[in-house]
Design a protein around this ligand. Structure first.
Ligand code: NAG
Ligand code: NAG
Ligand code: NAG
Ligand code: NAG
Ligand code: NAG
Ligand code: NAG
Ligand code: NAG
Ligand code: NAG
Ligand code: NAG
Ligand code: CU
Length: 806
């Protein structure tokens, strides 16, 4: 199905939805449908013309009729967004055609590919140089060329490699070469390869098939389940890759473990694990090295099978879990209900229609404007975040998500996960209206290329955008009393751009929240299923014993974000305001007095710009423009503030830690370089012996960072010691981590003073404040009654649930 087909289908669905919601309501609203007949006709006309435009192939138009109307009403967005936007399917086709024409690449067709062959893993836009983009956006410079960044698996060459190619310039491609950059490796040993469908095919064929055949009797006898021909009593395998930091040079190995294939398998591990050497690029060479069963380690599969036969092993006997609705791991609703009331939860409505608009990759809300793109490897990225048409952030994006587990069993203690290996972009999809995002949110589909998902693919409902109010004032004051009574307040309505990534068992909700006072909030909430292992008493200090056989390991979640702030241009400084105790004689008498004072500390070099949180030395962290000051001579700045940090406890030169050097500091400021695009890579789970992106190197040259273009790399985190209530699901509440970008002498006055949502109340007669008041509303609107539109999502899903389960 083509891109335009999908869009028109969505438009049709939503048109039907809008009109039906007006007509379908109960009898007493019939007269309203009559009144609305005229406007319905208008909607219909709008949608027909929209369909025509969409069918003509414009990929720029949003798929939602309401937002088109909002666009027309609110403002005309410029269309310079495509310097940032992801490659279109047409552009991807050009890249594919070009690369397949290069014979020396020996690219295989997807239906013939194996892990040992040459194939394209991902294709995406290579970010254009920032200088060129800035010239284009701000100085009428020429449009930067569009180029593709492509990862190609070269299992076919010796030694086997993964290669990063740059292919350009679109649309008339004339070169495709291995990227030549000095800040990351672009020819990567095959043993550091990220997850791929083709590797899993090799695993099924050469590893699981062997275990399933030779140990079938063990699995059946111990677990009453097996891996193949298992009916509805199957075992599933999971892979725990081992970082090269724990292996002999040149090796690739992984622990595998079995779990019952029920809802949900990560809470049903059995006590069967095995170590596989996957060093060879030929999957037929992979060998099963060790077996761990019933808390014992065996040096080989044959040895294990012999011992099992001789009866020298205490055999495990487990029952297949019964799929009861109250099975501890299932998400079925339990009884009795929390409330006997059959009433729906509150919802928010937009009484006068949507207040944000979207066009192409751009979103506009109040004075905010934001552009976005989805990269198959890096995931969701924001660009060119501006307020009052002035850029504040050039790029803001999640860089990496890691989880470091502890445990006793061989697999559990090696579980050091860098989620980027799973290709972030492809993990964003299937947001459910009404639960993941409000029903009235705008849902965005993205189009990406990844061999793990059969090449070109549309990911439905990957991103949602909505405005809502936090039901709390952003600011307010009530002055009361006989004189000078007034009230001034503003409800905190915000624009939220939300994505949710499901990476195997965990789900990460990532919100970028734009407040009306110039604050950008980034919030990560964690949910999903725990990763667990089979319980043995030796696990006691490594996690929570949550069910008879289930142990969930203690783990540390860490997240890294890139924030390329540009405060009034790119000549910025990193300053800290260091708050210190003072004990000094009072100038007004002879007493000694304790109080705090602060000193501004300009961080001159990259080594001096690595900030580690310390409770004893409180600080404000500022990105400032020294040349743009307030009338009082204070630099214009943005402040970085965070809540939700966690110490990375592995020694810095130990194993996996070398792949994640960003995790040592809560904020690291570096001089911005196009080459130093990311703090991590899709290889981080494996590459500790020689990290492909070695973040530590970014600061190693210790460059001067005064009045330079700067990037702040921000690390959030949380330790998690699992407990009963984390089953079946872990909860977002209590697990939220945030950082804020807060204007600090950036504006001369809080810009939310201009909000149309402002309310001011003054007495009619200041001398008699209780005898009537005048209510002033910024927008001058009158309060009216309105009807929420009825959601049709459940009916829609009953017929077609493609978007949520693909
Ligand atoms: C793979 O697909 C191509 C066409 O795209 C076809 O020519 C070829 O026979 C197929 N190979 C296999 C093994 O199915
Ligand atoms: C922008 O550049 C183009 C061509 O380089 C020129 O024709 C146009 O007049 C310029 N516009 C402005 C506003 O400078
Ligand atoms: C690409 O090539 C076509 C035909 O060869 C030409 O018309 C077009 O201007 C070229 N586009 C660019 C961006 O160079
Ligand atoms: C890579 O870039 C460096 C420095 O820019 C240059 O000296 C070198 O020749 C380039 N190598 C290739 C293969 O293009
Ligand atoms: C990082 O620096 C080390 C030491 O200078 C060097 O060996 C390594 O190749 C660098 N890594 C990258 C990815 O540039
Ligand atoms: C294995 O499962 C089957 C099917 O559910 C059941 O009939 C049988 O009793 C089970 N065997 C054991 C030993 O639990
Ligand atoms: C089997 O279990 C018994 C009782 O728990 C124990 O005494 C024995 O040492 C175990 N044997 C092995 C081989 O682990
Ligand atoms: C500061 O701004 C002035 C006026 O715009 C300019 O002349 C000067 O070069 C700037 N200084 C720095 C350090 O950027
Ligand atoms: C279901 O929806 C998907 C898109 O989500 C579409 O590709 C497919 O054709 C639809 N199926 C039916 C039967 O309408
Ligand atoms: Cu957790």
């Amino acid at each position: 199905m083509s891109e335009t087909d999908t869009e028109s289908a969505t438009v049709k669905m939503k048109t039907v939805h809008t009109m039906k919601s007006l007509i379908d309501s109960d009898g007493k609203w019939k007269w309203i449908s009559l009144i609305f007949a005229v406007s319905t006709l208008f909607f219909l006309l709008m949608n027909i013309s929209l369909l025509v435009i969409v069918l003509r192939g414009s990929h720029r138009l949003s798929s939602d009729s309401e937002s088109i109307i909002a666009d027309i009403e609110i403002r005309n967005l410029d269309d310079k967004d495509d310097v940032f936007s992801q490659l279109t399917f047409e552009e991807i086709d050009l890249v594919l055609k070009y690369l397949y024409s290069i014979e020396s690449l020996r690219l295989t067709m997807p239906n013939e590919t194996k892990i040992e062959s040459s194939f394209i893993h991902t294709i995406e836009l290579l970010s254009p140089p920032k200088k060129e983009v800035m010239e284009y956006l701000q100085n009428n410079g020429s449009k930067p060329n569009r180029r593709a960044k492509v990862y190609i698996f070269r299992g076919d060459i010796s030694p086997p490699m993964i290669e990063e190619y740059v292919v350009g310039d679109l649309p008339n491609l004339s070169y495709g070469r291995i990227a030549n950059v000095s800040s990351r490796h672009t020819r990567i040993p095959h043993i550091y390869r990220p997850f791929s469908t083709y590797e899993f095919m090799g695993i099924y064929k050469h590893v699981i098939a062997r275990i399933g055949k030779e140990a079938r009797h063990v699995l059946l006898e111990s677990y009453n389940a097996t891996t193949t021909n298992c009916g509805n009593q199957c075992l599933r395998f999971s892979m725990t890759p081992i970082s090269s930091g724990y292996l002999q040079e040149g090796k690739r190995k992984a622990w595998f473990w079995f779990a019952y294939d029920v809802e949900f398998f990560t809470l049903h591990p059995v006590d069967f694990q095995f170590l596989v050497d996957m060093t060879s690029s030929q999957s037929s060479d992979w060998s099963i090295e060790q077996i761990w069963y019933a808390n014992k380690l065996f040096p080989s599969l044959d040895n294990f099978l012999d011992e099992y036969k001789c009866g020298s092993i205490n055999k495990t006997r487990l029952k297949f879990p019964e799929e009861a609705t109250n099975l501890y791991s299932s998400l079925n609703t339990r009884q009795p209900p929390l409330s006997p009331l059959q009433r729906r939860a509150p919802i928010q409505i937009e009484p006068d229609g949507r207040r944000f608009s979207t066009a192409g990759n751009t979103v506009a809300y109040m004075s905010w404007k934001i552009r976005h793109r989805m990269s198959p490897t890096n995931g969701f990225q924001l660009f060119d975040i501006s307020f009052d048409n002035e850029m504040i952030v050039y790029e803001m994006s999640l860089q990496e998500v890691i989880v470091i587990y502890s445990g006793y069993t061989p697999s559990a203690r090696m579980l050091h996960y860098a989620d980027g290996a799973g290709l972030f972009g492809t993990r964003h999809r299937g947001l459910l209206p009404g639960t993941d995002c409000p029903d009235n949110a705008k849902f965005i589909d993205v189009h990406l290329y990844s061999s793990n998902e059969n090449g070109k693919r549309t990911y439905e409902n990957s991103v949602c955008i909505f405005e809502h109010n936090n039901n709390s004032p952003l600011r307010r004051h009530r002055a009361y009393g006989r004189s000078g009574a007034f009230y001034g307040g503003l409800l905190d309505s915000v624009l939220v751009i939300r994505t949710i990534m499901s990476v195997i068992n965990y789900d990460y909700v990532i919100d970028y929240i734009f407040h009306q006072n110039g604050i950008v909030e980034t919030k990560v909430s964690l949910t999903g299923y725990l990763s667990t292992s089979f319980y043995f008493t030796e696990e006691e200090h490594y996690g929570g014993h949550l069910q008879k056989h289930i142990q969930a390991g203690l783990h540390n979640h860490l997240f890294n974000f890139k924030v390329d702030l540009d405060v009034k241009g790119t000549d910025n400084r990193f300053e800290t305001l260091d708050i210190k105790p003072e004990f000094k004689q009072d100038p007004w008498n002879s007493r000694d007095h304790h109080q705090s004072k602060y000193e501004k500390h300009t961080r001159c070099t990259e080594q001096d710009a690595q900030y580690t949180y310390n409770f004893e030395t409180p600080k404000y962290l500022l990105i400032s423009n020294h040349n743009k000051s307030t009338e009082e001579g204070l630099s214009r700045s943005y402040r970085i503030k965070f809540s939700g940090i966690s110490k990375m406890q592995l020694p810095s030169d130990y194993g996996f830690a070398k792949s994640i050097s960003w995790s040592r500091h809560q904020v690291t400021v570096t001089k911005r370089k196009d080459e130093e695009d990311t703090s991590s890579s899709i290889f981080a789970m494996w590459d500790a012996n020689d990290p492909v992106v070695n973040f530590k190197n970014y600061s190693e040259d210790n460059e001067n960072i005064i009045d330079e273009d700067l990037v702040a790399w921000i690390t959030l985190g949380t330790q998690h010691i699992p407990h009963k209530e984390n089953m079946p699901n872990t909860l977002t509440a209590g697990s939220q981590l945030s950082f804020y970008l807060i204007p600090y002498n950036y504006f001369d006055e809080d810009p939310s003073m201009r909000s149309p949502d402002s309310v001011r109340i003054v007495p009619k007669d200041p001398k008699r404040p209780t005898e009537g008041a005048i209510v002033e509303r910024g927008s001058g609107y009158k309060r009216t009654v309105c009807i929420p539109t009825k959601s049709k999502i459940d009916e829609f899903l009953a017929k077609n649930s493609t978007f949520i389960f693909t």
